[in-house]
Write a protein that binds this ligand. Structure first.
Ligand code: F6R
Length: 608
């Protein structure tokens, strides 16, 4: 969603602001803006609707060598995408950029009668509120920010500068991330550490309820109650290669193709094939605590939810006496759900910032339930608030559609399930096949990616003009069907829905006609024959079936077949998911759409 950048130092601020905003483009946005201040306080204030290139055009006529400034990419919440609503918002001498939502902005606005508001945004109200305490620069900016934020209900990550004192930036956070990069005689601000990569490796992640006054060589942090905070400087692990396309045309393709390596990172040091065991340090649960687990709640949104659902199918197969409930965070946060004793909650999130998932985490913690994060973004809010966790370590996922994170989330959760099973004394003979297949998975992924890509590209051409798709699976391939349908619809805008094969006769079979194509996931296993009967039912109604199977003898006369050549049985559905990812990618590129930034979507959904 929205992105924030800021710079104060001895270099050209405009350069960093624009390059930083471009790094944050992947998060999704509809307008952008920057302001820089000269030493005498003169402001160069530029905003534009649409892409950052529109802002750059304005910049060509307004090049400055100012060394302080803030910038923003906006994803509209209050008010249409337009230049008028774009950030920074200016009130008198102040400029403010803001991520998040000020929930009580209407009430606050009623108290701010002296101001003439020019936008429809909640952010402009916050700027006026800060200004009402700043009183033309008579009070320190950081104090004015604190006073204003004490009255605010909602979420925010903000950066503020004033023409009256162009030697400081004030930043604050509550529910929206803010990172302060410590450079050499320069300090950089970003809502996402990827904007800082290549500039500094040292960063301070602000906590909720903290306000910082930043100069080129100092960072003073305090809480809203004016208590000083001693900052912890952490290392930014991401490198430049991880946030560049590396020869691929799109980030999405790069991220699909790098799954052998990204999964290796998830597994590193955690799998012992000889012993048939796994070991996860992060959750921090003792053997006794693991043994006592009776119930798992798995919480996530979208792809993370699908990963949780798939992991639950696996974990239930090898862990005795355990029940698992996989829930959609946006629903669960408002349910008055009772979580039984001896439960553990797995909080699944690539970004670690998803608002609904974070809200669930906080609700679950209130009930005294242990929370374990399955998170990718290091230092993210969820990663910091969970009781323990397992990073999936897949590196930055830039494309909006989640791919490599899904594969690793599933495996990280299965490994967590295996640690429970090990503690509960489940026989090695039952667990070892899982460990062996997990260990082989990276190389099998590589093999499948290399062998199926060409065929899928051709198939994509056949189906690119269809308006509807149905994804079908059962057991572990049902969540795979759900994830496949999500991937297709979110980037190609083809209406795609998933059903469990067994549900076909309960309604969806009525849909089958020439407007639809059907993706049938058919891994070998106990339910294979039943799934084949369901495929026959679709065939009998002239369905346009694409069968994805690891059964090399498959010989039904369907429209297209994608055979997966693998020795894996348990995790074959995860390999089939690669087919869905590539199909969505190739259909979307064939249609000429923007694969990395689908319309209306944002990478990390930090508002409800
Ligand atoms: C789909 C997709 C989304 C995310 C969801 C949760 O491709 O990316 O459905 O999975 O928004 O995001 P995280 O994992 O960051 O909590």
């Amino acid at each position: 969603m929205c992105g924030i950048v800021g710079y104060i130092g001895n270099k050209n601020a405009q350069d960093f602001l624009i390059s930083g905003l471009k790094r944050l483009e992947y998060r999704g946005y509809d307008s952008a803006g920057i302001v820089t201040l000269a030493e005498n306080g003169d402001a160069t204030y530029l905003r534009a609707q649409g892409k950052i290139t529109n802002l750059e055009e304005k910049l060509l006529k307004n090049k400055r060598s100012d060394m302080i400034g803030i910038g923003h990419t906006r994803w509209a919440t209050h008010g249409e995408p337009s230049e008028r609503n774009a950030h920074p918002h200016q009130i008198n001498d102040l400029f403010l950029v803001h991520n998040g939502i000020i929930e009580n902005y209407k009430e606050l606005k009623e108290t701010l009668n002296d101001y003439d508001f020019k936008s429809e945004t909640d952010t402009e109200v916050l700027a006026a509120l800060i200004d009402s305490f700043y009183k033309n620069g008579d009070y320190p900016l950081s104090n004015a920010v604190v006073q204003a934020l004490k009255l605010v209900k909602g979420t925010y990550g903000i950066a503020v500068v004033s023409r009256k004192n162009p030697s400081e930036i004030v930043v604050a956070r509550f529910g929206s991330p803010l990172v302060i990069g410590i450079g050499n005689n320069e300090t950089l601000i970003a809502s996402d550490a990827s904007a800082l990569v290549g500039h500094t490796k040292r960063a301070i992640y602000l906590n909720d309820g903290e306000v910082a006054r930043v100069t080129n060589d100092s960072v003073e942090i305090k809480t809203l109650n004016a208590e000083p905070v001693s900052a912890k400087v952490e290392e930014i692990e991401t490198n430049l290669a991880a946030i560049q396309k590396g020869g691929y045309e799109h980030f999405l393709l790069k991220e699909i193709m790098e799954q052998p390596q990204s999964l290796m990172e998830t597994l590193r040091g955690r799998v012992n094939v000889e012993e048939g065991t796994v070991r996860l340090g992060g959750p921090g649960l003792s053997e006794d605590e693991l043994r006592r687990i009776k119930h798992l709640v798995i919480v996530g949104c979208g792809t993370a939810y699908h990963a949780g659902l798939l992991a639950s199918y696996y974990i239930e197969k090898f862990t005795p006496e355990i029940t698992i409930e996989t829930v959609i965070a946006s629903e669960y946060r408002y349910k008055e759900a009772y979580i039984p004793e001896n439960s553990v909650a797995l909080i699944v999130s690539q970004s670690g910032e998803t608002a609904d998932t974070l809200a669930c985490l906080r609700e679950i913690k209130k009930q005294g339930i242990k929370t374990i994060g399955i998170v990718n973004a290091i230092g993210s809010t969820i990663a910091r608030e969970v009781d323990g966790g397992t990073y999936v370590h897949v590196g930055p996922e830039i494309s909006v559609a989640s791919t490599k994170a899904f594969t690793s989330q599933v495996i990280a959760m299965v490994m967590f399930g295996l640690t429970i099973a090990q503690a509960k004394g489940v026989k090695k003979a039952i667990l070892k096949p899982y460990v062996e297949e997990i260990n082989k998975l990276p190389s099998e992924i590589e093999k499948v990616l290399n062998s199926v890509s060409g065929g899928i590209k051709k198939i994509a051409d056949t189906y690119k003009e269809y308006e509807h798709a149905i994804y079908l699976g059962r057991d572990t391939s049902y969540p795979i069907a759900m994830e496949g349908a999500l991937k297709l619809k979110e980037i190609s805008y083809i209406d795609a829905n998933a059903y469990a094969f067994g549900e076909l006769k309960h309604g969806p079979l009525a849909l089958i006609d020439d407007r639809f194509f059907e993706m049938a996931f058919l891994p070998k296993g106990v339910l294979y024959d039943k799934a084949i009967s369901n495929v026959q039912e679709v065939l009998a109604r002239n369905g346009h079936i694409v069968a994805i199977t690891n059964n090399q003898e498959f010989d039904l006369q369907v429209e297209n077949i994608i055979k997966i050549d693998t020795s894996l049985l348990i995790f074959a559905p995860l390999l089939m998911n690669l087919v869905s990812q590539l199909l969505a990618y190739y259909i979307t590129t064939a249609k000429g759409y923007n694969v990395d930034q689908p319309r209306n979507l944002a990478k990390s959904v930090t508002v409800e």
